[in-house]
Design a binder for this molecule. Structure first.
Ligand code: PLP
Length: 382
């Protein structure tokens, strides 16, 4: 056996990934990304910076441990109160990332349900949480609530009663930019006695009149017995960290059974402080959210996409065309990422743009001129 056998195997693996277009590369610095999730441009808001800076001087750079050991800084509780109030929910738990919030929450709920129904387009963090929960998981066709209903009816007939189940979805899908029919989902879980987990990573700060997310957007009231929201502070809220909003008793379950929560260091206090400030800004006024929504509507209309508040704009076309598209934008220093399988299904390759308040007028004009022409001649969703 040669000394280099692991590096050789590694080379082989990388070249196989290359061949099937799955070798990832980090983008080069310098180009302006049109894919930032900093929807409200809060990462550079002076109030967030001041809050973080002050707390940094007071509490230092790190938290020192997990929440259950040394890292339970009081700002965690303050942030939980703030995000629960913003989401109009009963209580909340803060995690170090949105990924961790999903993984922990699904692992914990795997102890309560017999099976999960997961939308086929759910984010990788939900998929990984479902895998780690070691609980039966059924993938359902995108937004097809009738499909879940039929499956539940068949199972109920076979087993003399409905299973204990949780439906897992997103309120604003990260790659499609569309929304599931939440009122139908709510009536399904009420009728069939299930639970519903909604990932609000992209919906928070972007949809609903004051940016509270999917429930506000559809005018749905909280049902603390059946509803669990997860999300992140790292997108529209301009910071870092994740959350779950749920009944206080479910919160207790997450603390005891969410392994990713238990065994990972908590957020630095400075990050907690800027997250709190971001929520304060949105509670004070919905103006910034409405500005984003107006901008989104005008760009959607100018490039011929269906109207709506979703800042996620998927441009679908054959890959060769998307590459040309990318090149044209790069001539102006604008970088639009190409999303390939396995992130999206084969044949659904796309350029995914996310509109933010940081887009300058000249970028908007450039995007409209390039995509406006393309869109008329390409297949597009949603
Ligand atoms: C739908 C969805 N859920 C969860 C996450 C994870 O959030 P975070 O980046 O805070 O780990 C993301 C972010 O990429 C996401 O798009």
């Amino acid at each position: 056996m040669g000394e280099q056998r692991y590096l050789e195997a590694n080379d082989q693996l990388l070249s196989e990934l290359d061949k099937i277009g799955q070798r990832k590369q980090l983008p080069s610095r310098g180009d302006i990304s049109l894919a930032s999730n900093d929807y409200l441009s809060l990462t550079h808001n002076p109030r967030l910076i001041a809050a973080a800076r002050e707390e940094l001087s007071r509490s230092g750079t790190g938290s020192g441990g997990s929440r259950l050991l040394a890292g339970n800084h009081p700002l965690n509780r303050e942030l939980e109160t703030a995000i629960a109030a913003f989401k109009r929910g009963p209580s909340a738990l803060v995690f170090s990332t949105g990924y961790q919030a999903n993984v922990s929450t699904l692992c914990a709920f795997g102890n309560l349900v017999d099976l999960f129904y997961s939308d086929e387009l759910n984010h990788a963090s939900l998929i990984d949480g479902l895998r780690l929960s070691r609980t039966e998981t059924i993938i359902f066709p995108h937004n097809d609530i009738a499909w879940i209903e039929r499956d539940l009816e068949r199972r109920s007939a076979e087993n003399n009663g409905p299973p204990r189940f949780m439906v897992v979805t997103e309120s604003l899908f990260s790659m499609e930019g569309d929304q599931p029919p939440l009122p139908d989902l709510i009536s399904l879980i009420n009728q069939k006695d299930g639970l519903l987990l909604i990932d609000e990573a992209h919906a928070t700060g972007t949809i609903g009149q004051s940016g509270r997310g999917g429930l506000e957007s559809w005018g749905i009231e909280w049902d603390p017995d059946r509803l669990i929201l997860t999300g992140t502070f790292s997108k529209a809220l301009g910071g870092l960290g994740g959350f779950a909003v749920c009944h206080p008793d479910y919160r207790e379950l997450l603390i005891s059974k969410g392994r990713a929560f238990i065994y990972s260091t908590s957020l630095p206090p400075s990050v907690l402080a800027s997250n709190i400030e971001a929520i304060r800004i949105l509670e004070e006024s919905s103006g910034i959210v409405q500005l984003l929504q107006a901008r989104v509507r005008s760009i959607r209309s100018a490039i011929g996409l269906p109207l709506g508040d979703s800042p996620i704009l998927p441009i679908l076309a054959p890959e060769g065309r998307l590459l040309k598209f990318q090149e044209t934008l790069l001539e102006s220093g604008l970088w639009a990422p190409l999303i390939r399988p396995p992130t999206v299904p084969p044949g659904a390759e796309r350029i995914r743009l996310s509109v933010t308040m940081g887009w300058e007028e000249s970028w908007i004009q450039r995007v409209i001129s390039v995509f406006g022409q393309e869109i008329r001649s390409s297949k597009n969703v949603p």
